[in-house]
Design a binder for this molecule. Structure first.
Ligand SMILES: *Cc1c(COP(=O)(O)O)cnc(C)c1O
Length: 431
């Protein structure tokens, strides 16, 4: 049934959407249902979804196996507190995550959203140094153009300029920032590219708990792909200057960049790893922070005797059960084949965008396609054009990007890419 004008008006007057205004509310596209790679709008139109609901829906919507896992778990127990209680879905999930993530990550904290898992990771790093008698090591180093979430700790390590959080500058913890790597993915490491990081670690090592970064792929802060060799160098510098490496793989985890985890491109293990987004195949909010046995045990040997965090919905059984099925699906299918098939197709079919007046650069890595424009888009203008073209693409600033579900067919991917080229071709030429 189509959503009524009155319902849409209520939405506009009463409901916040991500980064939305209550004075000038953006237009909304009502979605009735979703299946496979398609969103069905309340007026009956179908859109091919290029966004995978922000990286998360890797197996497609309304998946029979994920639905069955959800039904089976909900009939058993939707939720139970995790304090003093445990359950099979959480144990199985932790077992799977320990087995599949880079070597050495063996202690698992199941959090309720990506941002929370970043808060947890930052607290782990700080508590670790505290327990080692170095409470002065409590600051973080982050890369410019990074994005780590919207809560206060996470905001403090987002890009201080483009991170959408300038407003809170006076309230946030003062962290240290180094430029993002200049060396792009696939290039030979540029001489001196690690110097700024090394200088910061050398100068401030005694106040730094951890370097936090999105390995290889920076997401919402600029959709930028950088050299795994740089990451490898950063790992070595962290070891040399006794700083933990905290990898935020909330966007890149579970195959998106072409490796199961982006850290695998560099063959490194971080000391702390954050996962989220695709963890439940996009069904439920769930995230995880993993760390080493050494860090877990050191934290627990400190004055507090425990790690100081424990949310109400920690390790929600329903979310864990769906995550277990989603990871089983991932491991059963040839996800790597799918991601490289999508990568090849994005490369050839988005390439013509580079010729357009409005376009600055086209770049592709794994199942991520990015068209960077010369000017920021006006969402209210461009979004309806994508919808009219039968696709769901949600640009951000100068970035028009897609990260399709891994199950998208060649034909649908072709339609998606062709729609992007067509809509961008119709943009007024840059003045
Ligand atoms: C989305 C994202 C987050 C925040 O996750 P939420 O679930 O939105 O809180 C943090 N880091 C990265 C790299 C992300 O892409």
């Amino acid at each position: 049934m189509p959503i009524s004008a009155a319902q849409l008006a209520f939405d506009q007057q009463h409901i916040w959407h991500p980064y939305s205004s209550m004075i000038n509310p953006p237009p909304m596209t009502p979605v009735e249902s979703a299946s496979g790679v398609r969103l069905t709008l309340s007026d009956g139109r179908e859109l091919i979804d290029g966004m995978a609901s922000w990286w998360s829906v890797i197996h497609g919507y309304n998946h029979p196996r994920l639905n069955a896992a959800a039904h089976a778990q909900i009939d058993r127990m939707a939720h139970v507190m995790f304090g003093g209680i445990t359950h099979e879905p959480a144990i199985e999930l932790a077992r799977k995550l320990v087995a599949m993530t880079p070597a050495g990550l063996e202690r698992v904290f199941l959090a309720d959203s990506g941002s929370v898992s970043v808060e947890v990771a930052m607290k782990m790093a700080i508590q670790y140094w505290h327990a080692r008698g170095k409470p002065g090591k409590h600051r973080l180093v982050a890369l410019r153009n990074g994005y780590h979430g919207d809560t206060f700790g996470a905001m403090s390590v987002c890009d201080p300029v483009t991170g959408m959080h300038e407003l809170f500058a006076g309230v946030l913890a003062q962290q240290l920032f180094v430029p993002r790597p200049q060396t792009r993915f696939g290039e030979a490491l540029i001489e001196g590219d690690l110097d700024a990081l090394e200088q910061t670690l050398a100068t401030h090592g005694d106040e730094i708990a951890a370097l936090i970064l999105e390995p290889v792929v920076q997401g919402a802060g600029g959709m930028y792909f950088y050299s795994p060799q740089w990451l490898k160098g950063a790992r070595a510098l962290c070891d040399r200057y006794e700083v933990l490496l905290l990898a935020d793989e909330i966007a890149t985890g579970f195959g998106r960049s072409g490796e199961l985890f982006a850290c695998n491109h560099a063959g490194i293990s971080p000391d702390i790893l954050c996962l989220g987004k695709a963890l439940t195949g996009g069904y439920m909010t769930l995230a995880a922070t993993l760390t080493t046995a050494h860090i877990g045990e050191t934290i627990s040997s400190g004055g507090a005797g425990c790690f100081m965090h424990g949310p109400t919905f920690m390790a929600n059984p329903l979310a864990c059960a769906i995550a277990n099925e989603s990871l089983a699906l991932l491991q059963e299918r040839d996800w790597k084949g799918d991601v490289s098939r999508i990568e090849r197709q994005l490369r050839t079919q988005l390439a013509p965008a580079a010729e357009l007046d409005a376009v600055a650069e086209v770049r592709v890595l794994g199942a991520i396609g990015v068209v960077e424009l010369k000017q920021p888009v006006t969402l209210a203008e461009i979004q309806p054009r994508f919808v009219d073209a039968g696709v769901w693409v949600r640009p951000f600033g100068k970035l028009v990007y897609v990260m399709p579900p891994y199950v998208m067919s060649d034909t649908d991917l072709h339609t998606l890419c062709a729609a992007i080229i067509r809509v961008l071709g119709e943009l007024a030429p840059a003045a």
